[in-house]
Design a protein. Structure first.
Length: 578
């Protein structure tokens, strides 16, 4: 059986690792000076060389005659590592060996001396998959391993690794590989394999790989197996399902020129031809991003052909920056995951971009009194606690009398937006905490039907306080039962994602959300709902005392209007009668 390209062309020296010069330079210097650490953490995107670098480091520290920190690849130990049967280099897949028993087995065996090399090197791949108990069992060995042992942890999700583990390792972050570097490596591969290939085809493969050299090598091999040599750009497009790329570029042209009819016709033409709408969506986003980079003079390495680059440059120069950014944001929000065969999300995005529609804020100010029916104004005036106690004027007089003074003007630094119910602008505060309070009711309505077991819109009505600081929103609840229910919903990844997407939409930024218990959490703290009432405060001023407060029961649309026993007692009413 032939060996696949990404294994056959795997780097064997640190200077052959593509695109990771800061990492390889440090490791080479450490081996040369004999300052090798006892534990390393290699983290970064897939296909960027983490495991390959770990194997090269294992060879270098055990090589009988290293050259400037590089293995000679000639000695017995180097050949054993390359062939995969070195007894002193142990690779563990943490995705399938993630339990505490597996780590205990490692802790027992790590104390045995090496068989042939100077060091026993343990490479734990996908280390973030270990359980919490397994991480705890690894801590002591990770901090103080035997002198003959080196631990190398590799992961694509460093944020899932406990900080106690990260602090015991030397961390190296592997970066995504640039398009030029991937193209150069693929050209070297094709020359070694005797394959003829177009430069445009290599650029297309490199752009599709998304910074992963392994993915690019796999796509290159797939193209060779499918079409043989030579390989053209059109063949690669057909293999990757990118036949609608030209249509995506045409759709971008219609989007930026606000040609709604032509754009809708093109989308339905793609549907009729049976092309993948998700691929069309990805192509539109990619071209819009390219136009944005070209407009800001930052698009030096996009991997496009000269013709495509010229078209995008022309579109970028003729489009206002505000419209380009708005188009990119709108199409990025188009959700093609629910029904990938429906063109509706793309059509709506096109119409929204092409039409100057004012943004409607979910939680807007109430309309001014002059625009309301007479009965509505009278009801709202009567419900205000600050309303005067004189008898209300006749409705005819209310209708004819102008307001005593004009409403205060909004702050100059706020973002005025239009209210759907009136012509006056709505002021959305720019300060995060004030913005959250302003948008809170809109967030509740957005999450009304969201939740795995409980509805988030109903649960969040029990939130007594909200704290915003450093990209974190903390929701405080007065009762432990509310915290437990809310936390059970946040533990569900899909529910948490929808919750944070709703907050991001209303707050115009990404925030992490967590819940906590306010006060002592027994429902009788001084900041309860009953004690915030004016009637309760008046009763307390006359000597009354609050002895308890009933836990709030929230509904999807409204809260229970029945007063709690504590509130009824404070009001001087009979709880049984209530």
């Amino acid at each position: 059986m032939s060996e696949v390209y990404y294994r056959k062309w795997r780097p064997r020296r640190l200077d052959q690792v593509v695109g990771q010069e800061p990492v390889t330079q440090t490791l080479r210097q450490a081996v040369s000076l004999g300052r090798v650490a006892h534990a390393y953490l290699f983290c970064g995107p897939r296909g960027t060389g983490k495991t390959s670098t770990a194997r090269i480091l294992a060879k270098a520290v055990n090589c009988s005659s290293p050259e400037n920190g590089e293995p000679d690849n000639l000695c017995e130990m180097c050949r054993a590592v390359d062939e995969g049967h070195a007894l002193d280099v142990i690779e563990i897949d943490a995705a399938s060996n993630r339990g505490i028993d597996d780590i205990r087995n490692l802790n027992d065996k790590i104390h045995f001396t090496p068989n042939k090399g100077r060091y026993k090197v343990y490479i734990i791949d996908e280390v973030h998959m270990l359980t919490t108990e397994a991480f705890n069992a690894l801590l002591k060995t990770l901090e103080e391993p035997p002198e003959h042992a080196i631990l190398i942890l590799a992961t694509t999700e460093a944020h899932k690794v406990p900080l106690t583990v990260i602090s015991r390792c030397q961390r190296f972050d592997f970066r995504r590989i640039s398009i030029e570097q991937i193209v150069g490596k693929l050209m070297e591969l094709c020359q070694g394999e005797g394959i003829e290939v177009d430069g445009e085809a290599l650029a297309l493969i490199a752009r599709t790989a998304g910074g992963s050299l392994r993915d690019a090598e796999n796509l290159m091999e797939q193209s060779v197996v499918s079409y043989g040599s030579p390989v053209s750009e059109e063949q690669v497009r057909g293999l990757l399902g990118l036949g609608g790329d030209e249509m995506a570029l045409d759709l971008v042209h219609h989007v930026l020129n606000k040609a709604t009819g032509e754009g809708l016709t093109l989308i339905n033409q793609v549907v009729g031809q049976g092309h993948d709408l998700r691929q069309l969506h990805r192509g539109v986003l990619e071209y819009l991003r390219g136009a944005l980079l070209l407009k800001t003079k930052a698009g030096s390495a996009l991997g496009y052909s000269e013709e495509t680059r010229a078209i995008l440059t022309s579109l970028a120069e003729s489009t206002a920056m505000e419209h380009l950014v708005r188009a990119l944001k709108t199409f990025a929000r188009a959700d093609m995951r629910r029904d990938s065969s429906s063109p509706l999300p793309l059509e709506l995005a096109l119409v929204e971009v092409s039409t100057d529609v004012p943004v409607v804020v979910a939680d807007a100010r109430p309309p001014v009194a002059a625009n309301l029916p007479t009965s509505t104004r009278a009801d709202r005036t009567a419900s205000r606690p600050e309303a005067p106690r004189q008898p209300a004027a006749p409705q005819s007089r209310q209708r004819s009398s102008p307001p005593s003074s004009p409403p205060p003007s909004p702050p100059q630094d706020a973002n005025p937006r239009r209210d759907a119910r009136s012509d006056e602008p709505v002021v959305v505060p720019s300060e995060p905490a004030a913005r959250l309070e302003h948008q809170w009711n809109g967030i509740l309505r957005e999450l009304r039907q969201t939740g795995a077991r409980f509805k988030l819109g109903a649960l969040l009505r029990g939130c007594s306080e909200r704290v915003v600081a450093d990209g974190l929103i903390t929701l405080l609840f007065r009762h432990a039962s509310h915290v437990e229910r809310m936390q059970s919903e946040l533990d569900d990844p899909q529910t948490r994602k929808k919750l944070e997407e709703a907050f991001a939409s209303f707050m115009d930024g990404q925030y992490e959300v967590k819940v906590s218990l306010a006060g002592d959490g027994n429902g009788s703290s001084s900041g309860g709902v009953a004690q915030k009432s004016q009637l309760v405060r008046a009763a307390q001023a006359m000597g009354a005392r609050v002895v308890g407060e009933k836990e709030d029961e929230t509904d999807d649309e409204q809260e229970d209007a029945t007063p709690s026993p504590a509130a009824a007692a404070a009001y001087g009413e009979d709880p049984g009668r209530a």
